[in-house]
Design a protein around this ligand. Structure first.
Ligand SMILES: [Fe+2]
Length: 295
């Protein structure tokens, strides 16, 4: 199971694509069906879909998996009773599978038989998405549900978040203890720390400063630099997150404490809590389809 992409709807999708392509630095893979598809250097056909619409919301977050995983998922999702439907994907790269709505509204799509693209040799492009994080009213309950229904595994708990993996990467998603449900942020995996730092420099050329970072997180040990994109969402440059074994010992909040005045390993930067909070409330999930039986 791998995190692949996020599909967002927003007004002025072309402007958002322009920021991601020309400032953040990604490639425009295609424009079709009112949607700009943004890709990185890896084999996924796109990482972010930006669909033109009247309001801002997340249509889905997409994972790719194999047929056995999809078949087991269908059984567990059906048993859960959560709204779901079979999906024939009309986004770039095609594929088919299911989409399910979790109790706090998160729309997760699982696809098989998706196409891959030729990789691109460019160290300044993100390779892929490394995680998409959600805000949750009840992060613990949501984490229990994704373990039970999606077969994901909790890697660590901190005071602020529950980190969840779907393969040997420490986390592909996390649920922030936010008190509301929305998109928290989208993290792009850069080739290495230098590529993150060159990204920070590129944004500086465009008079943009990080909302938090550069820094290095505790859980997952990944380098980060967060920005508030002009289209309203929080985006992150990150690098390869820690790989963990199947029997990784789940950390508790008391295992992840910081000395005074620190909230990351480096302590280099301030965090724009107020600006980030506004951005984190911008994109909610919105289901535009009617549930249908999966089989
Ligand atoms: Fe992150």
């Amino acid at each position: 199971m791998k995190l692949r992409s996020i599909e967002m709807v927003l007004p002025d999708a072309a402007d958002a694509a322009d920021f991601l392509v020309n400032v953040w630095k990604t490639n425009l893979a295609a424009v079709q069906n009112n949607t700009h598809y943004i890709r990185g250097s890896g084999a996924f056909p796109y990482l972010v879909a930006l669909e033109e619409g009247d309001s801002k919301y997340v249509r889905s977050v997409t994972f790719v998996c194999d047929n056995d995983e999809l078949s087991a998922l269908k059984d567990r999702v059906t048993q859960s009773g959560f709204p779901c439907r079979p999906e024939v994907c009309t986004d770039l790269g095609g594929g088919e599978g299911i989409v399910v709505e979790l109790p706090e509204g998160e729309l997760l799509r699982f696809l098989v038989n998706t196409e891959e693209a030729q990789t691109i040799d460019d160290d300044d492009l993100p390779v892929k998405l490394t995680h998409v994080v959600f805000n949750a009213t009840d992060a613990e309950r949501t984490a229990d549900i994704v373990e039970e229904v999606l077969n994901f595994r909790v890697s660590d708990r901190t005071k602020g978040m529950v980190f969840v993996r779907c393969n040997d990467s420490h986390h592909s998603t996390a649920f922030a203890r936010a008190g509301f449900s929305s998109l928290n942020h989208i993290a792009f995996e850069m080739k290495d720390t230098d590529a993150v730092m060159r990204g920070v420099g590129r944004l500086r050329d465009h008079e943009r400063t990080p909302a938090w970072g550069p820094g290095r997180h505790g859980p997952g040990d990944n380098v980060f630099a967060y920005y508030i994109a002009p289209f309203g969402a929080v985006v992150e440059f990150s690098t390869a997150v820690e790989k963990v074994p199947e029997d990784y010992k789940v950390g508790a909040p008391e295992d992840w404490t910081w000395p005074e005045n620190r909230i990351d390993q480096w302590g280099m930067s301030d965090k724009d809590f107020a600006g980030l909070k506004v951005a984190e409330e911008t994109f909610r999930f919105h289901r535009t389809w009617q549930p249908e039986p999966l089989n």
